[in-house]
Design a binder for this molecule. Structure first.
Ligand code: 13P
Length: 355
């Protein structure tokens, strides 16, 4: 099959994922990363425990009202719930579209600065994507990471390489019918101010879309997953939520083509409450382009849920998940009232975060 065969379907899937009032649940943590999450509630990182936790998420009644898609790690895409039904079927029953993380992780970028990386996984990607499609996945994720440092990162080389990798990935999975979520994350690590983030992010996203054009990526069948335009985690400057929303939207307006149906932000280490508040403020701004401004949160949707579940309390875990999903659904329509749903203010930032 080719991209032209899938065009209509890609557009339809991307539009369904970016529906107003809905967002994406990112649960594609690698086995090592989910291990850290489980360790924080004293649960051992076994396949059964991973299955129990993700099974809890995917059987939360009513979740499909707020969540349009869920990004899975490969293990989960091919896994059955303990009642014997596949995880894919569980999601489909809730009206949630299954997606899959297809990158193979970050590698050091030869020729770049110390901390710089490129995202691996292009080899055989068209074929792998086609297997994932056969298993029920309809969209994909690829996370490229850039960092701002006082000694000149991100370098031109790293911006070019990561943008090119994202575009190659996007074109490759579209050939197999999967909508690519294009994720150029700017880490919060660093002491730079918000204006520096805005300047770098604008350059990075413009480069991404230039590479997409050169690779013939079908933009109507894609989504962008950026970080919000925030100051570095070690920056002393106090920036208001309103300023963050304003600069984030300005960056998107300057760099994201109007043909892209949706922008789904990652939470990147923001607290649950901050992630909802910033999203809500962005949706109050009158925008120049028509993209849906939504969410694709990992930590900011799961933190309270994990703590409430503690390994055995399914009801409490599902209640906490539903509360954050509803809050972010409201925020994506600009009608979230801060504090109206139980949430945590705990910063979820981890230096040098690996997925
Ligand atoms: P966070 O929302 O925890 O940053 O994760 C989203 C994600 O999918 C990162 O790739």
């Amino acid at each position: 099959m080719t991209l032209s065969y899938y065009k209509e379907e890609l557009k339809k899937t991307a539009t369904s994922l970016a529906k107003s009032g809905k967002g994406i649940l990112a649960v594609d943590e690698s086995t090592k990363t989910i291990g850290k999450r489980l360790a924080s509630i004293n649960v051992e990182n076994t396949e059964d425990n991973r299955k129990a936790y993700r099974g809890l998420l995917f059987t939360t009644e009513g979740l499909g009202e707020y969540i349009s898609g869920a990004i899975l790690f490969e293990e989960t895409l091919f896994q059955d719930h303990k009642d014997g039904e596949s995880m894919v079927t569980k999601l489909e029953k809730l009206g949630i579209i299954p997606g899959i993380k297809v990158d193979k992780g970050l590698r050091p970028l030869a020729g770049g600065y110390n901390v710089e990386t490129f995202c691996s996984g292009l080899d055989g990607l068209v074929e792998r994507a086609s297997d994932y499609y056969a298993q029920g996945a309809r969209f994909a994720k690829w996370r490229a990471v850039l960092q701002i440092t006082s000694d000149g990162c991100p370098s031109k080389l790293s911006i070019k390489e990561n943008a090119w990798g994202l575009a190659r990935y996007a074109r490759s999975v579209q050939e197999s019918g999967l909508v690519p979520i294009i994720e150029p994350e700017i880490l919060m690590d660093g002491s730079h101010g918000i204006n520096k983030t805005a300047e770098v992010q604008e350059e990075v996203i413009k480069e991404v879309y230039m590479a997409c054009e050169q690779n013939g990526v079908y933009l109507e069948g894609t989504l962008l997953k950026p970080s919000m335009t925030v100051q570095g985690a070690e920056c002393n400057e106090k920036v208001s939520p309103e300023k963050i929303a304003e600069l984030t939207i300005r960056t998107m307006e300057r760099a994201v083509p109007a043909a892209v149906p949706g922008i789904v932000f990652l939470s990147g280490g923001l607290s649950e409450e901050a992630a909802s508040v910033y999203l809500n403020l962005m949706n109050k701004i009158i925008r120049k382009a028509n993209w849906n401004i939504g969410f694709s949160y990992g930590r900011a949707l799961q933190h309270s849920c994990l703590k409430a579940w503690k390994g055995d309390d399914i009801t409490a875990g599902q209640k906490a998940l539903l509360a954050r999903a509803q809050a972010n659904s409201e925020a994506s329509k600009g009608c979230y009232v801060a504090g109206s749903q139980p949430s945590s203010d705990e910063a979820l930032f981890v230096a040098g975060y690996k997925y």
